[in-house]
Design a binder for this molecule. Structure first.
Ligand code: LR7
Ligand code: MN
Length: 569
């Protein structure tokens, strides 16, 4: 054979090994030192970052100044006046916020058991995406600092400040300079959209730019608190199909107090497709073994969540046809459950959020973006149950919600389960006003053509139930159901009565109590309050007044009622 001379020598195998070792070392050095930004889970961080992180933890307890330890800020008289004049623009107390250090300490409000949990040393890395449109300087940067200060650097791949086309001057060059000077190692970087994208497409842009294994989205007025990151990464490490929310603590919009009262609630929704908080249901309490276990939730509030990056894209990221604000939170919640994932709240991960009084930004074209976005989600995900959304939003019928064919194709491709499955399995306690009830619809007193009506009252409050001229299905405020438990109810509120004869029934949260039970006789038309034996009556009320409960009198016109629909007799 015609091999080169050196290969014919005796110690041939040693030489080959040496060459292989040399090449591997070169590749290793190259990957780590020249190309680290491109690695998926590099776990490469500088000693300086580690030291800065440790120093912050040590110094945190001794910090002094306004708002430290999450305390409320008390303003002087002139400052108060200034804050009040700026409240309209910012929808929170910007003066108080500006007085607080961008790196303030907050109370550790976690359950003490959280500190005993051991997480694996090697965890996926996180890209934290903070989207903003014209956010005020101090809350925006306090969000970024809180993330860097309280995330072990080995797990924090990067923080992306995703600017959705802001035009406040300080968010341009000044912000670039601040970020470069504060985080010279590049752990925080700014990405800007080229046009106003709305929060949904802004998050998409952030997700596309992110390189970490896990995406964590935050609003731009948050504060991540001690140990917030590991529980999220630990759980995704166990199950990459789990989409996770931290417990959201309240940062008071007036005093900036960090109120660590994370409510341990879960997310629900109203049929009008607004998000709601609700107590953890019994079946979920029973399923969990400890207070610090993940809590399964039917929906999320929307702004603060962690998800495996690949899984996020696999299940369809977001609907990029949604504009500005609203609806994306329920869309992603329904979708993650229906398409094979799960949604959980993580009690040991706590992040504060400033709940503002209104939206401190414009809605281009003055569109009802919540309404139109919700139409898109109802059409794609809710099957026949979209009827219940439209019964609240008849005004939307016939409006142009754009093209949803891609989203429908996505649902096909992923072979997602249907909405009934979601209701039955994920949210079995959700009341469906027109299914599995004795009767539903308008509750009409035929002789007056008056109907029971909430008169548009806020149903999270207690109020007397009214009467109004029957709107023949045009108004969701006249839809009541006679449930299988013999409640006269709305979505969450039940008609209760505890006064003496002649008092008004009122709507309160359904709780199964005896004073919330009614008996309806379809033939005589009576609705009798079971506990008191008195009858629902419309006597002496004008349109817009209240219904009453008084002594029953046989065959009395003002005590006759008919439901619009009867499902059983
Ligand atoms: O056009 C816009 N572009 C943006 O980048 C409009 C907004 N934004 C940014 C904005 O700067 C902010 O950082 O998007 C973020 C969310 O906007 P907010 O803070 O005005 O929303 P919100 O807190 O009132 O509303 C909640 O519901 C929204 C529905 O679309 C979003 O999902 C928000 O993220 C969500 N916030 C939370 O879930 C925080 C916890 C609230 C609770 C309960
Ligand atoms: Mn917000």
């Amino acid at each position: 054979m015609n091999l080169p001379r050196f290969l014919r020598r005796k110690r041939l195998s040693w030489k080959i090994l040496a060459i292989i070792a040399l090449i591997s070392t070169a590749i290793y050095v190259y990957m780590n030192y020249f190309n680290s930004k491109e690695l998926r889970n590099p776990n490469v961080y500088t000693k300086e970052r580690r030291k800065r992180f440790e120093d912050y933890q040590v110094s945190e307890s001794s910090r002094k100044g306004p708002g430290e330890n999450g305390e409320p800020v008390i303003l002087e008289r002139e400052e108060k006046a200034l804050a009040a004049s700026l409240f309209k623009k910012e929808a929170f107390n910007i003066i108080a916020s500006d007085k607080i250090s961008l790196q303030r300490s907050v109370k550790d409000v976690r359950d003490s058991k959280c500190k005993d949990i051991q997480y694996p040393k090697k965890l996926p890395s996180a890209s934290v995406v903070i989207i903003f449109h014209n956010e005020a300087w101090s809350p925006l940067l306090r969000t970024a600092h809180s993330v860097v200060n309280r995330s072990p650097p080995e797990y924090l791949h990067e923080v992306i400040l995703l600017d959705d086309f802001s035009d406040r001057p300080e968010l341009g060059e000044k912000l670039n300079k601040y970020v470069d000077e504060t985080w010279p190692d590049g752990v925080v970087r700014i990405v800007r959209t080229m046009e106003r994208s709305g929060l949904i497409r802004a998050r998409l842009a952030g997700a596309v730019a992110a390189k970490g294994d896990v995406l964590i989205f935050l609003d731009s007025h948050c504060e991540a608190s001690a140990g917030w990151l590991e529980p999220l990464l630990g759980r995704i490490n166990e199950d990459p199909t789990a989409m996770l929310c931290p417990e959201i603590d309240l940062i008071d919009k007036d005093t900036l107090q960090y109120g660590g009262t994370g409510s341990y609630s879960v997310g629900g929704f109203w049929w009008s497709l607004h998000f709601s908080w609700r107590p953890i249901p019994k079946h979920e309490k029973e399923r969990r073994k400890s207070d610090v276990d993940p809590i399964r939730s039917p929906t999320m509030a929307g702004g603060l969540f962690a998800v495996d990056r690949e899984f996020f894209f696999k299940i369809g990221a977001y609907d990029n046809g949604m504009e500005v604000w609203g609806g994306e939170n329920l869309e992603i919640s329904f979708r993650v459950w229906m398409c094979g994932g799960k949604l959980e709240f993580i009690p040991c991960s706590r992040v504060g959020h400033i709940f503002r009084a209104s939206h401190p930004y414009t809605f281009p074209g003055n569109k009802d973006t919540h309404g139109l976005n919700s139409m898109r989600l109802a059409e794609v995900w809710m099957d026949e149950y979209k009827r219940l959304f439209y019964s609240h939003r008849r005004d939307l019928l016939g409006q142009d919600y754009g093209d949803i064919s891609e989203r429908k194709a996505l649902r096909e491709k992923l072979k997602c389960k249907n909405f009934k499955w979601y209701l039955d399995n994920v949210y079995p306690e959700k009341f469906i006003p027109d299914e599995n009830v004795h009767a539903w619809g308008m509750v009409r007193n035929p002789s007056s053509n008056l109907c029971l009506d909430t008169l548009g009252k806020d149903e999270k409050m207690t109020f007397d139930v009214g009467l109004f001229s029957c709107q023949n299905g045009a108004s969701a405020s006249e839809v009541f159901s006679l449930s299988m438990e013999n409640e006269l109810r709305r979505e969450e509120g039940c008609m209760a009565y505890n006064g003496k004869s002649g008092g008004h029934p009122h709507l309160v949260n359904c709780n199964g109590a005896a004073n919330q039970k009614w008996k309806h006789d379809k033939n005589t038309g009576t609705i009798i309050h079971t506990e008191s034996g008195l009858c629902l009556d419309r006597e002496k009320v004008e349109s817009g007044g209240y219904s009453m409960v008084i002594t029953c009198v046989a065959n009395k016109d003002s005590q006759k009622w008919a439901f619009e629909h009867y499902l059983d007799v």
